[in-house]
Design a protein around this ligand. Structure first.
Ligand code: XMP
Length: 530
């Protein structure tokens, strides 16, 4: 059985973000960490005992899609507002504080969306830098980002208004004696001028935090705690070549050296030279013990004749697990299974559990390893956001171009070859993808894309190469820009660059006669084609 999961030791100062369903909740938690304070996200209806147990230094109530003008919508546990711990409500979070403490919220006739000019009322610890001298010279207006239909029309007893806009008489409110604050606008989005400064004042001035959370500074503490937990036991990790498992391996290796063995499965569905890159970075550079399993033929055989995307994902996942089990049986005395789970995975699986989200694609991760392996789970990155994981990776000596690489799905090229997966298709696709990446890097566009790749279309198209007729396959290029991969927009790559890439692909890869560019957004399309 997979027993307890051991994760990071939490710092003493921590802020709890209670999630009311806003699309910006993760952004709030990330901004808090950027201000040097550890944060975690819990659902708004977390039992108060668990909230007490977390011992928050401050609490932030997120926005949300509901309206407090209806009786049975989400509310914060009343005890949270009586704890004496500073609370900041943002948008819906502010409205619920108001509604719960005796004020009034109404559906406004005029909705405010986007940039809004807001006037400060007097000075406040939250909105004004009261340490600057003289305070009176501080600007009295702010350009903030609003996104709300409801508004506060009467404050609860004890509150004062600290800002107003044309449509919101109470755009920001405070009850300094109870340490309760509310913002109708969103300080977490970059469109709000000085938004991060507001969060910083809440955290440092009002909550009294000391800004000590630095991703780099957790490495030493993490290494000590991994050493203590693991002792002299042996650990295995499935290394995919992706950022999370690579950083996890580098961290564990720093902590326990040779007690860690990584298993890297070359399933024939990897990017060009992936296996060599993993070897170079993990084995040669860091000295990590990596067992490479060459299993191309096994995967292609298992996938032969299969065209359904979900079926393909299941087969790739199943083969992977079988190989992983076979390999781990050969290693003696393994007690721990390490995984590169990161905080968004934790939040998303919690969200998926509570909201019973519809499965659009079943993402394959090592999480599917069977309980019968009798291993304890070690997830040292479980508390970190992706950008923090990347910082840790760089600190641990992984090359930045690996750490900042675009995400690559677990089933790899298996979901980028439409329909049946064949070795020949994978070889052609790898080459096309490599040319696309090379050109993006050369034109300084790689990091402007959140994710870019080529897709293999198993249809043939006529072309002319030299004086000859060609009748070959088609690839499509896809590049998207996104914050969270839940929604995405096709990237507007300059046309001349696209043309040059297409020309290189058709001229350099015999077997491909045509290149298209995918201009779909997500939704309704998804990022991957399958
Ligand atoms: P979609 O295609 O769902 O992709 O819009 C969103 C993000 O998830 C990645 N993705 C996967 N990752 N296993 C993974 O580990 C999968 O099966 C899988 N399918 C999609 C995709 O690359 C994008 O970053």
């Amino acid at each position: 059985m997979v027993a307890d999961t051991y994760t990071l030791e939490l710092p003493a100062e921590r802020v709890l973000v209670l999630d009311f369903g806003s699309q910006y909740t993760q952004l709030i938690a990330r901004r808090v960490r950027e201000c040097g304070v550890y944060s975690a996200i819990y659902p708004f209806d977390t039992p108060v005992d668990s909230i007490f147990e977390f011992q928050p230094t401050g609490i932030i109530l997120s926005g949300g899609p509901a309206t407090v003008t209806e009786e049975f919508t989400a509310r914060v546990a009343p005890e949270v507002l009586q704890l004496g711990v500073p609370v900041l409500g943002i948008c819906y979070g502010m409205q619920t504080i108001v509604a719960q403490l005796g004020g009034q919220v109404e559906n406004a006739l005029v909705h405010e969306y986007g940039h809004t000019e807001m006037n400060l009322v007097g000075t406040s610890e939250l909105l004004t830098d009261t340490s600057s001298d003289p305070v009176s010279e501080a600007s009295t207006t702010m350009n903030v980002w609003m996104s709300h239909g409801d508004r506060v029309i009467e404050m609860p007893p004890g509150f004062e208004s600290i800002a107003e806009s044309a449509a919101s008489p109470y755009a920001a409110i405070a009850d300094t004696s109870r340490h309760l604050y509310g913002l109708q606008f969103h300080p977490e989005v970059t469109h709000t001028e000085g938004g991060k400064e507001i969060l910083k004042r809440f955290l440092l001035v009002i909550c009294g935090c000391s800004s000590g959370w630095q991703t780099g500074s957790i490495i030493d503490a993490q290494i000590d705690s991994i050493k203590q937990i693991v002792g002299t036991d042996k650990v295995i990790l499935a290394l995919s070549g992706g950022v999370d498992s690579s950083v996890c391996a580098a961290l564990l290796h720093r902590a326990i050296g040779d007690q860690l063995t990584c298993i890297f499965v070359d399933n024939g569905l990897l990017r060009l030279n992936e296996a060599q890159i993993v070897r170079r970075n993990m084995v040669e550079k860091l000295g990590v013990d990596v067992v490479t399993v060459k299993a191309e033929d096994r995967f292609f055989t298992a996938l032969s004749g299969v065209t359904d995307p979900e079926e393909k994902r299941k087969i790739i996942g199943r083969e992977f697990i079988e190989i992983f089990q076979e390999q781990s049986r050969e290693l003696q005395g393994i007690k721990w299974l390490a995984q590169g789970t990161i905080y968004p995975d934790v939040i998303e699986s919690a969200g998926a559990n509570t909201q019973k989200a519809k499965v659009i694609k079943s993402h394959h991760n090592v999480g599917g390893l069977p309980d019968s392996m009798h291993l304890q789970l070690l997830e040292p990155l479980r508390e970190l956001f992706k950008d923090e994981v990347r910082e840790v990776g760089v600190e641990l000596g992984l090359p930045p171009d690996i750490v900042y690489r675009h995400p690559f799905p677990g089933p790899g090229l298996g979901v980028r070859i439409l329909g049946e997966v064949k070795k020949q298709y994978a070889e052609l696709l790898r080459l096309a993808d490599a040319i696309f990446m090379e050109e993006l890097v050369r034109n300084d566009l790689y990091y402007e894309a959140s994710q870019a790749f080529a897709v293999f279309l198993p249809v043939k198209s006529v072309g002319v190469v030299g004086d000859n007729r060609a009748y070959e396959y088609v690839v499509s290029l896809r590049a998207v820009q996104t914050q969270d991969f839940m929604t995405a927009r096709c990237m507007r790559i300059p046309f001349e660059i696209l043309e040059a890439i297409a020309s290189r692909i058709v001229n350099e890869i015999p077997g491909i006669s045509r290149v298209t560019y995918d201009i779909s957004s997500k939704p309704p399309a998804t990022i991957e084609w399958e």
